[in-house]
Design a protein around this ligand. Structure first.
Ligand SMILES: [Zn+2]
Ligand SMILES: [Zn+2]
Length: 377
């Protein structure tokens, strides 16, 4: 009881913090901009904002995709990376030999985790030196088609959070996949099997390709948090960068999710231990015309995330929380949309906008029985 009371107090303080930050901003954002939506800003107001946030020509070019991709001269167009997470979330070596052979036959370069991370870091440094833009944390992002400083969008998100919070991160969406039938009362969805779980991290190509590369580390951070459900399990991952999502014309995340499953689903069925039940897949796209930051099948194998959402609330939620929330859905955790009517939890929209990266007891138990194949509770 006392815990709840303290929590309530803490909430008031946090909410007040947001309100104060916002009212201060109203006074300081005096260049006629007053936190307008990006699409409503005049050219003059936009210029004033760029000046205030020290935005360079290259920051804008990066956000609008007019600079080369930072890995362009370091890696071929298509490649695959394999690795696993150590007990404390560190990246370790792991190669799926069968998959590696197959990828090589297709002419796709195979990299191990440390090779990839080293190349990434080298390319990132060179890019910062050449263009003054950090591709892992760009200053300017594209929202409503307008290049706008990330900090400005966060402030906008705080302003609109109350109105949009009931929208949320994702939506219940029954997986239409054939259920694996079993005579035992065991979980039918994705689960740790043969002592391992496999996460396929998939990047979209072309105009859907994320420019903000922060999502990759964010996904690994999120994935590593699932080790608490089975400390002995090996958390392996693949990264592949050639999902063609251009045939999705609706801009809706549920359609991107379906497309990911159709286009990329076969990868997860053929490799590692040959058992697709321990293979889940998360796809990342740059933007979507939707009010969700991510979308997932509940008790299913796929999820998608957006790196530069036009839905402002998403800018209050770091991508590692988006990934953790969506992967939790795969293990049958459900959304909680009502503010504060849920213990502190990654599955509740209010808590997640405050940066909570843990599960409440009830969501924890639900994931635990599903991820360990105990039951579909
Ligand atoms: Zn959700
Ligand atoms: Zn919960």
């Amino acid at each position: 009881m006392q815990y709840r009371w303290i929590l309530g107090l803490l909430l008031c303080i946090l909410l007040a913090g947001v309100a104060v930050a916002f009212s201060v901003e109203l006074k300081t954002e005096t260049n006629g901009a007053n936190l307008k939506k990006p699409s409503e800003l005049t050219a003059r107001e936009l210029k004033a904002i760029y000046k205030k946030y020290n935005v360079s020509e290259n920051d804008i070019k990066f956000a609008t995709g007019k600079l080369p991709h930072y890995l362009e001269s370091y890696l071929p167009d298509s490649y695959v990376v394999m690795g696993k997470l150590g007990p404390n979330g560190t990246v370790e070596e792991w190669i799926d030999v069968k998959a590696a052979d197959h990828f090589r036959e297709l002419g796709i370069r195979v990299l191990n985790a440390s090779e990839f991370l080293a190349i990434r870091e080298e390319a990132r440094k060179a890019y910062i030196e050449k263009y003054g833009v950090d591709p892992h944390n760009p200053k300017v992002v594209l929202v409503e088609g307008v290049p706008i400083p990330k900090e400005y969008v966060r402030k906008l998100a705080e302003k609109y959070a109350g109105r949009y919070l009931d929208g949320g991160l994702s939506q219940d969406f029954a997986d239409q996949q054939l259920k694996i039938t079993s005579s035992e009362a065991t979980a039918t969805g994705p689960q740790i099997k043969n002592g391992a779980l496999y996460l396929w991290i998939v990047e979209a190509t072309g105009s859907e390709r994320p420019t903000n590369e922060d999502y990759f580390d964010a996904t690994l951070d999120a994935y590593g948090r699932f080790q608490v459900f089975n400390s002995g399990a090996s958390l392996n991952w693949y990264f592949i960068n050639y999902w063609d999502a251009s045939d999705v014309t609706s801009g809706k995340l549920k359609d991107y999710l379906e497309d990911l499953k159709q286009d990329m689903g076969s990868w997860r069925s053929w490799y590692n231990d040959g058992d697709p039940q321990n293979d889940i897949m998360i796809g990342w796209i740059k933007s979507a015309d939707d009010r969700y930051c991510g979308y997932a099948y509940i008790n299913g194998y796929y999820s998608v995330g957006v790196t530069e959402s036009g839905h402002y609330t998403c800018w209050l939620i770091p991508l590692n929380l988006v990934a953790q929330h969506e992967i939790s859905h795969n293990f049958n955790a459900k959304d909680s949309t009502s503010c504060w009517e849920h213990d502190r939890c990654i599955m509740n929209y209010c808590w997640v906008t405050l940066g909570v990266d843990t599960w409440c007891d009830s969501c924890w138990n639900r994931i635990n029985v599903n991820i360990n194949g105990i039951s579909d509770e």
